[in-house]
Design a protein around this ligand. Structure first.
Ligand code: CDP
Length: 227
């Protein structure tokens, strides 16, 4: 049997990391983990409980009451759970997006999520996307991909996604949110988004899904051969 590897996909907000990660996991029979969904679930908890996300102590204390996990839905797709209940559809809105980077920069939040992510990756065969997967969560991942796309393309894509869901948002709101998150994510003290020399860079501004998948699968094959 072919050896299993871990694949880390990091990059800025809304540049298609999840789409690629899901496609790779499906084709390889690997587990797909959306680490951003975990930070979004924690943020949803704080919003529901009225915890001030700018108060690090309050968020850290509230974390004692948060259990994040994953479960399979009827279509066998994995959904993020908050205290045992799937919150997959509640976490993708602009309210959560507008606060998630404030929550994700808090050390206690990251320590708890990273421990969970590392436990999932112990047996290999995981494709995980996020901001710090190749640098902190799986520094030994056999393949690390850093995804980028132009700001316009990213905002347009997320706008279309939320419109299709029926959310009442403007392109301007989305563009501002992406810029806000990217600035915090790349400049925070704890595990900032950063690219090291062991990443392969995938700029998909002008690549469609099939082309980016084909490129990434080439890298996967090379990585597996190297194990
Ligand atoms: O899908 P999108 O690119 O909009 O973002 P996401 O992957 O759902 O992540 C939401 C937010 O969670 C990010 O903006 C980061 O603030 C945080 N995050 C993180 O800090 N570390 C990760 N490994 C993944 C997400």
């Amino acid at each position: 049997m072919q050896k299993k590897i871990n694949i880390a996909i990091d990059g800025y907000s809304s540049c298609g990391k999840g789409t690629l990660a899901k496609a790779l996991a499906k084709s390889l029979g690997y587990v797909f983990i959306d680490s951003g969904a975990m930070y979004r679930a924690v943020t949803l908890f704080m919003l529901r409980e009225g915890v001030d996300v700018n108060d690090e102590d309050a968020v850290s204390l509230a974390m004692e009451r948060v259990v994040v996990g994953f479960e399979k839905n009827a279509e066998q797709q994995s959904e993020v759970t908050l205290n045992g209940v799937s919150v997959e559809s509640e976490i993708r809105n602009i309210e959560v997006a507008s606060k998630v980077s404030e929550v994700a920069k808090i050390a206690v939040v990251r320590t708890k999520m990273v421990a969970l992510q590392q436990a999932i990756g112990l047996n290999k065969g995981v494709v995980m996307d996020g901001r710090d997967i190749g640098t902190v969560v799986f520094p030994d991942a056999e393949l690390k991909i850093f995804m980028t796309a132009s700001q316009d393309v990213r905002a347009q894509r997320r706008f279309a996604e939320l419109l299709a869901k029926g959310d009442d948002v403007t392109l301007e709101d989305i563009a501002k949110n992406l810029e806000h998150r990217d600035t915090i994510d790349a400049n925070r003290e704890n595990s900032p988004l950063t690219m090291t020399s062991d990443y392969r860079v995938l700029d998909n501004s002008h690549l469609d899904r099939d082309a980016q998948f084909a490129l990434a699968m080439d890298w996967v094959e090379t990585a597996i051969q190297g194990v």
